[in-house]
Design a protein around this ligand. Sequence first.
Ligand code: GLV
Ligand code: MG
Length: 325
Amino acid sequence: MSFQTIEPAQARLNRSELAVPGSNIQMIEKAAKSDADVIFLDMEDAVAPADKEQARKNIIESLNGLDWGSKTMSIRINGLDTHYMYRDIVDVVEQAGSRLDLIMIPKVGSAADVYAIDMMVTQIEDAKGYKKRIGFEHIIETALGMQNVHEIASASKRNESLHFGVADYAASTRARTTNIGGVNPDYSVLTDPKEDNSREVHWGDMWHYAISRMVVAARANGLRPVDGPFGDFSDPEGYIAAAKRAAVLGCEGKWAIHPSQIALANTVMSPSNAEVEKANRILIAMKVAASEGKGAVSLDGRLIDYASIRQAEVLVAKANQIATN
Ligand code: GLV
Ligand code: MG
């Protein structure tokens, strides 16, 4: 291990993160009864300019008035390049800050953006005498944000998670797609012709690099990496596949832009019984190995060693976190 230690952000379950437009009271009320781990009440892109003020008011009222149980509550503020942002922060944190756990910062571009919001939130918290510190979640969804993702990830002690905002990222990088997440037939390779001249098209994941880069920046700074939206809510299989590939790369959650996606995210992002059982067997096998003075042994015909202990511990810790939530 490096001599440099990584401070983990406050531990929270973040398997599903439900996006709820602040302008829609029915959706807000429904969200309060959902099984989402985290909910962000949106003032940004799901809200038309004419509705921004009302959305802010709805959010303040619902944060204070609805029973959100033990859910983690977040608000997505408008971007730093808009005049809505300062009121989003001042009004919501002043009037409903005690039931607010996180602020989601969209289109963050640099450490200076994080610094500016940190300063505002700190002043409001101090003025109001709040004891609890509000955390930050950053959406990495522009070329600038992705370029500076490492400095963003380490820019504030409030930072808790990084999110991949695939739709805006596609727009910012001018990727040739109008889908919100998912695969693209043009991102594929054609195999060489076989003897019978047939060829196969192998689809790839055009977001692999972006998600992986974000995961590295998040994990190197003790933050949670979370995959963003999958727009086609009538395609649960596509959603599950997208969530699984994000989990495989290290993400611990995915957005739900429709209530039907919450259970899918919660299931994919929870280790299965078989995974936990295997992890426990690895831990037991390595304990036995250690007592025999061995560093590496075989289990089910495969090599396991001290790195396997760390992998298994991550899984078991996640299962315990879910069980005790
Ligand atoms: C989320 O905000 C996205 O742009 O995908
Ligand atoms: Mg976006």
